[in-house]
Design a protein around this ligand. Structure first.
Ligand SMILES: [Zn+2]
Length: 81
């Protein structure tokens, strides 16, 4: 049973994460993927891939909700007129 996420792969520590570019997805704002070695989430920044901040994670969640059209109970007049 593989360890899940808690321990960063030693190679990731030394060289940085290994983004799975083929599996990258655009959430309407940024590209997201996971590290091939340790499965850590990664977001694409101007200089390359980096681990997301809490702010990024929250924005990503909101973007996904908007894409699925599941946003029901928050706000209202942002969408259309
Ligand atoms: Zn990694």
């Amino acid at each position: 049973m593989p360890q899940h996420g808690a321990v960063m792969n030693i190679l990731c520590k030394m060289r940085g994460h290994l983004p799975d570019r083929g599996g990258a997805r655009h959430d309407g704002q940024d590209y997201w993927t996971a590290c091939k070695r340790c499965a850590a989430p990664l977001i694409r920044d101007l200089d390359g891939w980096r681990p997301p901040t809490d702010h990024d994670v929250r924005a990503h969640g909101l973007n996904l909700v908007e894409q699925r059209g599941l946003s029901g109970s928050q706000g209202g007049d942002a969408a259309s007129a």
